[in-house]
Design a protein around this ligand. Structure first.
Ligand code: 5GP
Length: 201
């Protein structure tokens, strides 16, 4: 049997604090066929964040230059900062048969969906707004005011969940929810559009 495979573009979105980052890391750890698409952002690095690993950190001017050059597959403003997915992180990799994971907001995901690229979209849903608040408070990386902004944003993001192919409620320990995310990925790898199988005589 000869099998040629095209890479998968897996887009995950969900409110800040819903656990996307943890789930993304678990998938990347457990399934080496996935590469994380490192986004560009004008946000300042948080403690422990490394340029080129977590984000490509850049100033407003460099970001806008990339927008003009058409370097982004999508870009959006989130919480007063700009974020964008670089085409170079995604397109050639998919052609090479690698799977690419995007952790982007709902505006960016809508742009990728509209681009016509085949993708798999998963919305990570928090169990409740109360739980989301608790997670943001425990994370301790945002001020009180930022937490309130993120919570009101969460409500409008949740309203977009219906546009995604899958909704994953993150109401279990991350390792358990990650099993469902992997199940989605494993099934999607076998879709006929990504997989050409020729049977030998
Ligand atoms: P954070 O600043 O907490 O890392 O991310 C804030 C939000 O920006 C998250 O919802 C994250 O998914 C989103 N985000 C990260 N990278 C991108 C990107 O390249 N494009 C878009 N549209 N959103 C992004």
């Amino acid at each position: 049997m000869i099998r040629t495979q095209k890479g998968m573009l897996l887009v995950i979105s969900g409110p800040s604090g819903a656990g996307k980052g943890t789930l993304a890391n678990l998938l990347l750890e457990q399934d080496p066929s996935f590469r994380f698409s490192v986004s560009a952002t004008t946000r300042k690095p948080r403690v422990g964040e490394i340029d080129g690993v977590h984000y490509h950190f850049m100033d407003e001017e460099s970001f806008l230059k990339k927008v003009e050059e058409g370097a982004f597959l999508e870009h959006a403003e989130v919480f007063g900062n700009r974020y964008g997915t670089l085409r170079s992180e995604v397109l050639e990799r998919i052609e090479r048969g690698e799977n690419v994971l995007l952790d982007i907001d709902v505006q960016g995901a809508a742009q990728v969906m509209a681009s016509g690229l085949p993708l798999v979209s998963v919305f990570i849903m928090p169990p409740s707004i109360r739980e989301l608040r608790a997670r943001l408070e425990n994370r301790g990386t945002e001020t009180r005011e930022q937490i309130e902004r993120r919570l009101s944003m969460a409500r409008s993001e949740i309203a977009q969940a219906e546009h995604y192919q899958y909704i994953l409620v993150n109401d279990r320990p991350p390792k358990e929810t990650a099993v469902s995310l992997r199940a989605i990925a494993e099934a999607e790898k076998l879709r006929t559009i990504r997989c050409r199988v020729e049977i030998e005589d």
